[in-house]
Design a protein around this ligand. Structure first.
Ligand SMILES: NC(=O)c1ccc[n+]([C@@H]2O[C@H](COP(=O)([O-])OP(=O)(O)OC[C@H]3O[C@@H](n4cnc5c(N)ncnc54)[C@H](O)[C@@H]3O)[C@@H](O)[C@H]2O)c1
Ligand SMILES: N[C@H](CO)Cc1c[nH]c[nH+]1
Ligand SMILES: [Zn+2]
Length: 808
């Protein structure tokens, strides 16, 4: 039992008009709407705007003309339960995806709701809202409410609209009638033995929102809003008769509302309310921090910060917490329509599939979003990368890594079957690699790979640091530094959406140049035969790899980091990959048990092209597309310097035309959907934009391009001039294509020869040297309170008679 009357709104127009004219109808907290006479929009607006109607149902008569789509839309707008006249209708609704407990079937005497409110609404309960008046409502309530008290009063619980208990009071028949008539908190005072209008003397009155009866009808509940200057319910000046509430979200909302009214001019809260950009930045910052938090304590801490700024946004936008909760409630009521199984009776119109972000339309123009560099908000959105939050990815990757760590090859075989659809007997191919693994490798391909490997070798051999660096910092103090190869390296070669033998050579050749002792390759096996491509095997053979791990993703990274029965544990893992690979690399790098470092976070490929009016539109488009085809999570950005509208249109046309010819057009389409053109006025502005973005690849298609290289501070690799497409660096020119993405070009270099080396320092100090630096060492050791350090100098200097006799 909630309320003994279910007001029936016979038409959509009644909804708004009647609730204005007869606000007391809302005291019942419930409504029944005739769905055949109401539009979805009318129902949605009614539910959204009237917080007093907590339980809204829809009546569906036999032979109604409501379409299937509208039925689902009504439910999704917040209709809790559908009242239908037959079991057959209930079955048809179920086939549409509306759960059975959201349907109440007429049984000859009424409808029984089992969802939200468990109650039988008989014909007598359902009353045309047009016929309702305060008196009828009071009569119905009094006829149903029970009391077993000798004074005939009704026990009444008072709660606020967040359902927080304010206190326990008593109502009499008269006080109830008066409360309904005036829609305020009116009770019966037992101590004064009279009707008690709450706040009559103090001014802290109560607006009455709903009256409810409990399940057996012997206790009332008043839902109220405290009004007046003080919002305390209790005579002891606390929010409730049980003291003040803990300062949670409701308390925060109240506090921020007060601050909105009276925060001092220069206070932080005032700034927050009057500077929308600051508030936006704080919300983004806190949201990011929350995604990065991992311990329970940090997650709670960061969530509280985010709620604070989100609440400031609500308050400054005039939105209440109740409206948000209402929104959550409606979302909770949503259902998913089942596709294609509606019975003819319910089929009035075909449902159009909704387009989600993951399912971009597969036709239409492929064009980039265009923003002006002056629109800061649009630029920030345009330059944000389409990557999953670290926390979300880690959540998926952690169990994979742990499984491989625990179960070794067995786990690797299982995960390869699961993620790559290949069932292997052994996850490792040992050198010397069987000749048949080179089947299909053409002479032309060998020559292309040889040429590329030789150029990469030349450039990386020139970088090799062999010499011992030696400096005498003081007479008798010689410091030196010398390189050593990292002993065992694991090289990841992507193979998800495209097989990348070029990555095999970009990693294998410098590893060989640096003289790493053991080189292990890992790459996902192909579905067709469970092998890796002959080109990868060819490169592995050329660079002297000892093994090829036939696995991809996080499982391959884990196998190389921890080792398995047949895979050696490596000291460093290098190579690009998708988000699973990159996240797994970051995970093992942070695990001291793994004792494994990584090159850098090299995730989904990205490019930023700076072009001016003189650039060739076809060249620009081709460079954008060459990275767009890598994956749906790639991003390509064109920063245009003083581009005319005509030029922008020409580039867009070239992008579309060239893309439509590509076999990977579907991937390109999805990548371009989150890629942009940013229009700048000057070269300086364009380079500033690029430095902020810190792209993996930067292509300069501008006049005198070489002259502008000095302006670049953050980028993985730069491609200078119209005839330097990125493809050259991807394959054959000699630079490395394993480069930092996600903006990590701010602090990381791309793979180079020293990535495969480490540097050891050495020093040699003579008695003369000790005399020159010994006192300084002792002074600093003393201030740090590390006497043993100081002694190591003192003892030697004393034996050498370099210190005065009584030196302490
Ligand atoms: N930054 C660089 O230097 C650089 C260089 C080359 C390539 N790349 C990038 O490397 C990436 C290669 O990605 P890819 O996907 O084609 O190949 P990949 O080899 O990196 O990843 C494929 C593996 O991911 C795993 N995987 C796929 N879906 C999974 C899921 N739902 N859960 C767990 N694991 C899953 C599978 O095991 C699969 O073997 C592209 O984004 C490309 O842009 C970057
Ligand atoms: N552009 C990629 C680096 O982001 C490398 C690559 C390999 N093959 C083609 N391209
Ligand atoms: Zn590429």
């Amino acid at each position: 039992m909630v309320f003994p009357i279910l007001p029936f709104f016979t038409s959509g127009q009644d909804l708004e008009a009647l609730t204005q004219k007869k606000p007391y109808v809302g005291l019942t907290g419930q409504a029944l709407i005739d769905l055949s006479k109401t539009s979805v929009a009318e129902a949605a607006a009614f539910i959204e705007n009237n917080i007093s109607f907590r339980f809204v149902c829809g009546l569906l008569k036999a032979n109604h003309h409501v379409s299937d789509n509208d039925l689902v839309a009504f439910v999704n707008a917040g209709i809790a339960v559908l009242f239908v006249e037959s079991q057959e209708s209930a079955t048809l609704l179920e086939e549409l995806g509306i759960p059975r407990d959201r349907v109440a079937v007429y049984d000859g005497t009424g409808y029984t709701s089992q969802f939200g409110v468990v109650q039988k609404f008989s014909q007598g309960h359902i009353v045309d809202a047009n016929d309702l008046c305060e008196e009828k409502i009071a009569q119905a309530l009094l006829a149903t409410a029970k009391t077993d008290r000798s004074d005939n009063l009704y026990t009444t619980l008072v709660v606020d609209t967040h359902e927080r208990c304010l206190g326990l009071v008593y109502s009499s028949k008269e006080s109830l009638k008066m409360a309904i008539e005036k829609q305020v908190g009116v009770y019966f005072s037992r101590s004064r033995n009279e009707i008690w209008v709450k706040g009559l003397t103090s001014g802290n009155t109560q607006k009455l929102i709903n009256i409810q009866l409990d399940c057996d009808g012997d206790a009332l509940k008043f839902v109220v809003v405290q009004e007046g200057t003080k919002s305390d319910f209790c005579h002891l000046n606390t929010a409730s008769c049980y003291g003040d509430f803990p300062h949670g979200l409701v308390g925060l909302e109240q506090l921020l509302r007060q601050r909105m009214e009276n925060a001092p001019e220069k206070s932080y809260t005032r700034r927050l309310f009057s500077d929308p950009e600051l508030l936006t930045a704080k919300i983004k910052e806190e949201a990011e921090e929350l995604t990065e938090a991992s311990s329970k304590r940090d997650v709670a801490w960061e969530a509280a910060d985010l709620f604070y700024f989100a609440m400031a946004k609500l308050v400054s936008s005039g939105v209440t917490l109740e409206e948000v909760e209402r929104n959550l409630h409606v979302k909770h009521l949503k259902v998913t329509r089942r596709a294609g199984d509606a019975k003819p009776k319910f089929v009035k119109e075909e449902a159009k599939p909704q387009t989600t972000k993951d399912e971009e339309p597969t036709n239409g123009n492929i064009h980039l979003n265009v923003v002006s560099a002056h629109d800061q908000t649009a630029v920030t959105a345009a330059l944000s990368r389409p990557i999953q939050k670290t926390a979300d990815i880690m959540h998926l990757v952690n169990p994979i890594v742990e499984k491989v760590r625990k179960d070794g090859n067995k786990a690797l075989i299982e995960l390869t079957s699961k993620f790559d659809g290949v069932d292997l007997e052994s996850p490792v191919l040992e050198a010397p690699f069987p000749e048949e693994y080179l089947d299909g490798l053409t002479q032309e391909m060998k020559e292309a790979l040889d040429l590329s490997m030789e150029n990469v070798r030349k450039f990386h051999a020139a970088q090799l640091q062999k010499e011992v660096l030696q400096v005498e910092t003081q007479p008798g103090v010689v410091c030196s530094r010398f390189p050593r190869p990292i002993e065992k390296v694991g090289l990841y070669i992507p193979g998800g959406t495209a097989v990348l033998p070029s990555t095999a050579l970009m990693l294998g050749v410098p590893a060989r140049v640096a003289q790493c002792k053991e080189i292990v390759f890992a790459s996902p096996p192909r579905k067709s035969d469970g092998r890796v491509s002959p080109e990868v095997v060819y490169v592995a053979q050329k660079v002297g790899a000892s093994k090829i791990v036939l696995a991809g993703g996080a499982q391959a990274v884990a196998a190389m980091a921890y080792g398995t029965e047949t895979i050696p544990k490596v000291d460093k893992i290098l190579g690009p990959g998708n988000q699973f690979v990159t996240a797994a690399k970051m995970y093992v790098q942070n695990d001291t048990q793994a004792l494994c470092s990584i090159d850098m976070p090299a995730g989904p490929s990205e490019v930023l092209v700076i072009s001016d009016e003189n650039a060739d539109s076809d060249f620009v488009a081709s460079d954008l597309l060459s990275q767009a085809e890598h994956g749906v999570d790639s991003q390509v950005i064109l920063v245009g310097v003083a581009l005319s509208e005509k030029r922008v249109a020409e580039i867009q046309e070239a992008v579309h035309r060239q893309a439509m010819e590509l076999p990977r057009v579907d991937i390109v389409r999805k990548c371009i959907a989150h890629s942009s053109i940013v229009l700048c006025d000057s070269y300086e502005e364009a380079f500033q934009m690029s430095n902020n973005y810190a792209p993996e690849h930067l292509i300069l298609q501008i006049e005198n391009a070489a002259k502008y290289v000095d302006l670049v501070f953050n980028a993985g690799s730069i491609f200078v001039g119209a005839y330097t497409p990125e493809s050259c660096g991807d394959y054959s020119s000699g630079t490395n294509h394993t480069l930092p993405t996600y903006g990590y070009a701010r602090q990381y270099s791309g793979v180079n020869t020293s990535t495969f080396q480490k540097f050891i320092t050495a020093q040699s100090v003579t008695p003369e040297g000790l005399d020159n630096i010994g006192r300084a060492v002792m002074s600093v050791a003393k201030v740090e309170g590390l006497d043993a350090h100081r002694n190591a100098i003192k003892i030697r200097m004393q034996k050498l008679n370099l210190l005065p006799e009584n030196f302490q």
